[in-house]
Design a protein around this ligand. Sequence first.
Ligand code: PHB
Length: 375
Amino acid sequence: MQPDPLFTPLKLGALELKHRVVMAPMTRMRSAQPGHVPHALNAEYYGQRASEGGLLITEATDITPQAQGYRGTPGLYSAEQIAGWRAVTEAVHAKGGFIFSQIWHVGRISHSSLQPDGALPVAPSAVPPSGDHTDASGKQVPFETPRAMEEKEIAELVRDFVTAARNAQEAGFDGVEVHGANGYLLDQFLRNGSNKRTDRYGGSIENRARLLLEVVDAVIVAIGSDRVGVRLSPWGTFNDMSDSDGETLWDYVASELATRDLAYLHVVEPRADFTTDLPVDASAPDAASRFKSIFKGTYISAGGYVAETARAVVADARADAVAFGRPFISNPDFPERLRTGATMTWHDRATFYGGDHRGYTDYAPLEGASQSCVA
Ligand code: PHB
């Protein structure tokens, strides 16, 4: 029998993975308040999902108080938060697993009620996203017009990413994933629908990609390129993203990242839509083929995969690993179930964001499951 393409070892930066089924970053909004601190419940959740030689990526984690866009998201800027994350990484390592911290700043996808001193959210330019957002009290409110960042604030932002990466290291993470996807701050700089700047961070593609690359380079200097991954969502429209020439932009970003010797590049397929459980749009462009051929390094593909399509993308060498989100929520032993073809539990969308252990740590593993993913 041919070996299962998802269950062969993979070198990913400094790590030796035993399989290629990665847990995707997912917002769960269950940090302890006050202080946005990861706590025992979060350690239990990540520990349940760890597997021998498997990689988990945390929910997006605020690099500063200003980075926050949703109630209950955890941070990585205070001593309490670092201590809380340490319990998470220990729970994962105790099972022989690995865990990267996804570090983010939401930019304009926030609301003044969530910001320090009730200030306006910041963004590349004073361009509001269309639609609504949830404020600090849980009400749906229209997006506000953000304040354009000053150039000196951009330099501070790069330093904030570096501090978060160092904090992640102190908390015992195996690396960090720079969140450049899904319409958050770094993505807002990349695309000309949201970036109208006329300084060296706006205008040309080189200028719009400057911030992402400065952040990546500074984080690499701080913790080493083999501990740094980057997530992108080319052509994604979530959070009102648009660009007039996506092909040239994404080819440039992929070719620049190719020179950085990263642990990995993690790309969300344009067909993916995590806001619904409807079948994916099979006619959407295939990012994996295009990016993998430009980037060449270790490549994680995400977005609406099932067992069959995940095996195929790795077998065809269009990706080295596949990240799954929703099935990891409701199947704590997801890699083992995938490997054995076991029955999967369906997720309950009502408990995705916020709340307690319900819909979080109370999904059971298979009866008698060993939780070991090595054949
Ligand atoms: C969300 O909370 O809706 C969210 C967070 C991070 C993402 C995408 C969506 O990358």
